[in-house]
Design a protein around this ligand. Sequence first.
Ligand SMILES: [Zn+2]
Length: 138
Amino acid sequence: MSNTRQLAKTLPCLFKDIVDKYPESQLRPCKTDSQTWKHASAPAAVVRINKLAKYFPELSLLNNCLEDYSICVNHYNQIVATNNFYQSLLNSDPSNVSSIQKNKRVIFAFNYYFYIILFLSHIHLITIFFRRFNLIKS
Ligand SMILES: [Zn+2]
């Protein structure tokens, strides 16, 4: 019985090219001299890769050939074993602003328009006052 699945160590790290392409992403460099490699097609890795595909479109292109990739120990620890990296992406994503922050923005906008209306109504009152004053005077 032959094992067609290659050893994870012999496969390239899935994140190698992404590290080069997104230097601002705070992804660690690959650790190629380690004995610890994980298959990119491992269930825990697949779940995380699917989530990250929103931020790194290359990952969704590779999604159908995860069998051909592994994950080095650095990237396994940073991306699959811990949630911190994914969480930092979520926090920096403007489409994921929490509802509290959204509410603050609404309140700020409301206050802003309230003061404009207040200001305009004062101008209106002052105008009325001056018109009356002129009428009395004339
Ligand atoms: Zn790597």
